[in-house]
Ligand binder design. Structure first.
Ligand code: HEC
Length: 163
């Protein structure tokens, strides 16, 4: 029983980490931003996907380009308004030649910024994957542990009765 309580305690800690921010998470918007970033969704004006020059640690398993800096901390560094501004009126010399002629649409920019804003969540989820999997395996193997003795008891009685 002590083990059981401990495991439920651990599971609830893991769950509460997920709910800590309280803000409603718009998964569709996030996935759109991610798709645009990675090139899975093509920009309206056919601009180059961000991933060809930028990586985001812990999110894209095959890694992104190394030409530009990693963008895992971009939201912390620039803030929401900073990023919205930087992508609508691009100040970075390396990006300008591309997006000057193939500008990003304002909803595309919003989606990408939303993705960058929430990207740490996904990174954390990826890091949580193994402990959560381990917890789930533990929970499902519990009945085996508890019932092992019980079936043994029944069997012992049957054996006795058989004599
Ligand atoms: C052709 C390669 C290239 C592409 C494509 C590109 N970038 Fe960049 N980006 C760069 C480089 C290089 C820098 C570093 C600043 C510079 O020298 O212009 C940069 C800088 C940035 C920065 C500032 C990062 C920092 O830490 O200072 C942000 C934010 C950014 N890019 C976002 C994006 C987004 C979002 C996209 C997709 C819409 C994108 N970039 C597409 C090359 C690229």
């Amino acid at each position: 029983m002590k083990k059981l309580i401990l495991i439920f305690f651990m599971a609830s800690i893991l769950l509460s980490q997920e709910m800590e921010t309280g803000e409603v998470f718009d998964k569709e918007k996030y996935e759109r931003g991610k798709g645009l970033f990675s090139g899975e969704i093509i920009f309206k004006n056919k601009g180059t996907p961000c991933i060809s020059c930028h990586d985001i640690k812990g999110v894209f398993s095959f890694g992104g380009g190394k030409f530009g800096p990693g963008l895992e901390d971009a939201f912390e560094n620039y803030g929401e308004d900073g990023l919205l501004m930087a992508l609508s009126d691009i100040p970075f010399p390396a990006m300008l030649p591309i997006y000057k002629y193939k500008p990003l649409d304002s909803t595309e920019i919003e989606d990408i910024v939303y993705f960058l804003k929430n990207v740490k969540k996904e990174e954390r989820q990826n890091n949580l994957f193994v402990p959560v999997l381990f917890g789930v395996i533990l929970i499902f193997s519990l009945p085996l542990l508890i019932w092992r003795n019980r079936t043994y008891g029944v069997r012992r009685n049957l054996l006795k009765g058989g004599k």
